[in-house]
Design a binder for this molecule. Structure first.
Ligand SMILES: [Cu+2]
Length: 168
């Protein structure tokens, strides 16, 4: 998270100034009270891993339903875990993952987080959730807004029919 702090605090300060909202102690966690972004999360799932594992990945489609571009600067999970945005790249015939600092989504566009592509890496889980359980995932935007979804843990990607959820 440290890497994002400068931008994030600037955004929070800018928001506080614009809206006249007092954020109070800057060190306290305010993210749950921030407004939702004009965006939707579709086709989301968390990959079920064996109970011995602490890490897994989440996949989803992020749609920017607003009039201006959105920049994702981070992600959070409940139960508590470290969430990083990763890209997958083939290097010398091996699949490797790199952390991605920001993801931009133009107005009206969608970005896909999918197996073999960009994904949300969930790391350091105290207890791996079982298939059928839910993980709350929140995407954090540069505007200091949040978009959260309760995402079901599955052994495999949901079929197109089953995953078509409406959030409007
Ligand atoms: Cu990864």
């Amino acid at each position: 998270m440290g890497k994002f702090y400068n931008t994030k605090w600037l955004s929070l300060l800018a928001l506080a100034t614009l809206s006249g909202v007092a954020l109070g102690d800057a060190s306290s966690k305010q993210v749950d009270k921030l407004p939702a972004a004009s965006a939707s999360i579709e086709h989301a799932w968390v990959r079920a891993m064996p109970p011995s594992q602490a890490n897994t990945a989440a996949y989803l489609t992020l749609e920017n339903t607003g009039q201006s571009s959105l920049r994702v600067v981070g992600a959070h999970a409940h139960p508590q875990a470290t969430v990083e945005i990763h890209s997958s790249n083939m290097v010398d015939g091996m699949m490797t993952m790199q952390a991605v600092d920001v993801v931009d989504v133009a107005a009206g566009e969608s970005v896909e987080f999918s197996p073999g592509g960009m994904h949300l890496m969930i790391m350091g889980l105290e207890k791996m959730p079982a298939p059928g359980e839910q993980v709350k995932l929140c995407l954090e935007f540069e505007s200091a807004s949040l978009l959260c979804a309760d995402v079901t843990v599955r052994k495999a990607a949901p079929s197109a029919d089953a995953s078509h959820q409406h959030h409007h």
